[in-house]
Design a protein around this ligand. Structure first.
Ligand SMILES: [Zn+2]
Length: 203
């Protein structure tokens, strides 16, 4: 936990104190109800887990990409259905993602757990699902220096599900292809087919 994290958490807590004042206005008597004791600090901590420090994330990603192994395998590697959490920048409400990422290695492969870690780590930001999709594909293509990458994300957005549109069944689907996934229709199709195959643990 660095100084920036502590500063952000203190500001988050101040914000939640104001939210509690608003709840008091709505008649919830938060000062007399023990359930609200310490809520601002707890909520700030929770939010802090959903929004990581940008520079810290960048450094962690760079470190992750250094942990590669030499490989002769030159076909598609897919890590599918990684459940990850983030928040949307428009409402700061939670988003539950199911993220599938893939790449075609040149001479090196990433440790397979790194793909899951990468997806979950990148999601923890107030970021549009569209931008998250592009960023994952960019990292797996440009930074990893692969032959191509694909990202496919289904998002359950609480801002849509619990308010406004009330679209609680809707999943927002985004995909981004780079390199061979963009140039070769068969590679793209193989990826989409494999990651959209039915799975018992749907979010
Ligand atoms: Zn939203």
């Amino acid at each position: 936990m660095n100084d920036k994290n502590n500063e952000a958490l203190a500001l988050f807590e101040q914000g939640y104190d104001k939210i509690l004042e608003g709840l008091d206005v709505l008649g919830y008597q938060v000062n007399d109800d023990a359930n609200f004791a310490g809520t601002a600090a707890r909520a700030a901590k929770g939010l802090g887990q959903l929004m990581r420090d940008k520079q810290e994330v960048k450094t962690e990603v760079e470190e992750m990409l250094t942990k590669t192994f030499p490989a002769k395998y030159k076909d598609m590697v897919i890590s599918k259905h990684n459940v990850a959490f983030g928040v949307c920048p428009h409402h700061l409400l939670p988003v539950v993602y199911r993220i599938s990422v893939a790449y075609i290695p040149t001479s090196k492969v990433l440790g397979i757990s790194k793909l899951s870690r990468l997806a979950k780590l990148l999601a923890r930001a107030p970021m549009l699902q569209e931008d998250l999709t592009h960023e994952l594909s960019r990292i797996l293509y440009e930074d990893l220096q692969s032959d191509g990458s694909g990202t496919y994300i289904e998002g359950l957005h609480m801002c849509m599900a619990s308010r406004g549109a009330g679209a609680h069944e809707t999943r927002v689907v985004t995909s981004a292809m780079r390199g061979a996934f963009l140039d070769q229709m068969s590679t793209r199709q193989e990826f989409i087919k494999l990651v959209t195959a039915s799975h018992p643990n749907l979010i």
